[in-house]
Design a binder for this molecule. Structure first.
Ligand SMILES: N[C@@H](CCC(=O)N[C@@H](CS)C(=O)NCC(=O)O)C(=O)O
Length: 223
């Protein structure tokens, strides 16, 4: 019998990417919650390069990096495909998934969670990146007319985490008025896959953790 384990953490967007892909495919797995302040020996053994979650361990063999893991899952379990079939569409999907994971995600962190003298500059940089995504969505509708499950999974960060971080930091950068294309995409994903959004981290619990790591923010009121 095959063995599937996910080393992850409840509040981590990349960790949820992997869990949602497995759930979409109907693959049963064991989830191992890592304490990121005191990482397990298994995690360090399975991901010695980055020492980060998530790691998928399939029949004893580890795979790290959430986007790489999504591709592996899609290749091993063929049901409910994540990536499109056309090679160009696949390449485009990988490109924009990387853009969200490697450009927008750190820009959100820098603009919203790391206050500093250059806070305004960081916010401008984030707005610029969101405009690039908005333009892509509006012009090519790669996530509108031509949506796929891989991008829907990657959109979780935009749907769930950015609004929490905006509220926490009182920096409302991604708004429906300024980015209607991104919101159209979010609306469509929520309409089609609202059920896969179950079990995403609770906002108030996230606020508590953020407060410990990054300190209190203007808007934060414990509930
Ligand atoms: N590029 C990685 C990012 C993974 C990542 O940043 N994981 C964070 C949690 S969200 C982590 O393990 N942090 C612990 C650390 O940096 O020591 C992926 O997509 O899997």
């Amino acid at each position: 019998m095959e063995e599937v384990k996910v080393y992850g953490a409840w509040g981590s967007p990349p960790s949820h990417r992997v869990e949602i892909a497995l759930k979409l495919k109907g693959v049963k797995y064991e989830f191992i919650e890592e304490d990121l302040k005191n990482k397990s020996e298994e995690l360090l053994k399975y991901n010695p390069v980055h020492k980060k979650i998530p790691v998928l361990v399939h029949n004893g063999r580890p795979i790290a990096e959430s986007l790489v893991i999504l591709e592996y899952i899609d290749e091993i379990w063929k049901q409910c495909p994540l990536l499109p079939t056309d090679p160009y569409d696949r390449a485009q999907t990988r490109f924009w998934a990387k853009f969200i994971a490697e450009k927008i995600t750190p820009a959100v962190r820098d603009a919203m969670l790391i206050p500093g003298e250059d806070a305004e500059k960081k916010t401008e940089e984030l707005i610029e990146l969101l405009h690039i995504l908005e333009k892509e969505i509006k012009e090519k509708k790669f996530v509108g007319g031509n949506r796929n499950k891989y991008m829907d999974i990657v959109s979780l960060y935009v749907i769930h985490w950015i609004p929490i971080l905006q509220e926490y930091s009182s920096k409302h950068v991604l708004t429906r008025e300024k980015f209607p294309g991104i919101y159209d995409w979010i609306d469509q994903v929520l309409l089609d896959c609202g059920d896969i959004m179950e079990n995403l981290p609770d906002k108030n619990k996230m606020f508590d953790v953020l407060r410990v790591i990054f300190g209190p923010r203007n808007n934060y009121k414990p509930t």
